[in-house]
Unconditional design. Sequence first.
Length: 303
Amino acid sequence: MLIVDAGDLLFKKFSNPIPENELKMITEKAYLVIESFNLLGYDALGIGDDDLSLGKESLMGISKKANFPFVSSNLTDEGSGKLLFPPYILKRINGLRVGIFSLLSPDSFLGQGDPRRKGLTFRSPVETAQSMVKELQPKTDLIILLSHLGYQKDIELAQTVSGIHFIMGSHTGINLPYPPITNNKTIILQTVPKGMYAGRLDLTLYNHETTFYNTMVRQTMEQNLRSLNFRLNEGKASEADKAQWRRLKEEIERALKQLQGKNEFTNSIFPLGEEMKDDPDIGKMVEAFRSRFPEPGKSQSPQ
C-alpha cells in the first residue's frame, strides 16, 4: 500500500497573510497534521500553494517533523537555484518499483505579488515532467505524479508527456469517481481537499504491461451481456430485434475476451465523515490542541 497527498494539506485556503497573533496556533496545527500523518503511515507529500502560507522557511521547518518525505520536482530557492525538497522518491511494493515525483504550478498563486512566492522560483512543469520521466523510467515499473497543477493542466500534461502512469492531482478540488485515461496510458485521479474525501486506487496486475483498464468497464459490459441474454431467452421480441441483440452480444463477448489477462484498476472515493471511528492517539492529540487553542465562542469543559 502507498498513502500519498498531492498538497494543500497544512493550512486553510489562502486569501491574506496570516495575522501575527495567529501564527503560533496555525503553526501548531500544521505540526498536529504532520504528527497525524506520521501515525497514519504516509509515504509522500507533494507541495501545494497553500502549504506555503507561512513561507518557505516555515514549510522546510515543518517538513523536519515528518517521518515521510516532502517532494517537489520544480520548486526552487530563488537565491541558490536549488530544489527545496527531493525531486522524487522510489518505493518497492511487493517487488514492484514505483517512482513518485511532484509538480506545483506557479499559476496556482494569486499573481506575482503573492507573499507565498517570496524567495521561490518554479521550473517549467512540462520540462520538469519530461526530465523526471526520463530519469525514472530505467529505475521503475510505474511512475506516479503528485500534481498541484489543476485538473485541466493535468489533462494537458498527460497529452504532452508520455510515460506517466498515474496523475494524482489536487488544487482544482473535484472528485473523479470515473477517472479519465489520457492517450490510453495515463490515469488521472483527484479528490476534493481538506480531508473531506479519500480516494483509493486498487491495481490488479496480470502481466508486465504498464496499461490498465477500469474494472467498471468490464462490469458494465457484463451487466449488458446479462440483459441481452435475458431478452433473447424471453422469446417475446421480433426476429429483427433478436438478430440485433445477437450481434451486440457477440461484440460484447469479443470485447470481454480482449480484456482477459490485462491489468486492471478500481477507483473508489469515499467521504471521511463523523461516522468513521477516530484513531485514539490522533484523537488525544486533537483534544490537546483544542484545549490549548480553543475556538472563539466555544465554551471549554471545566478542568
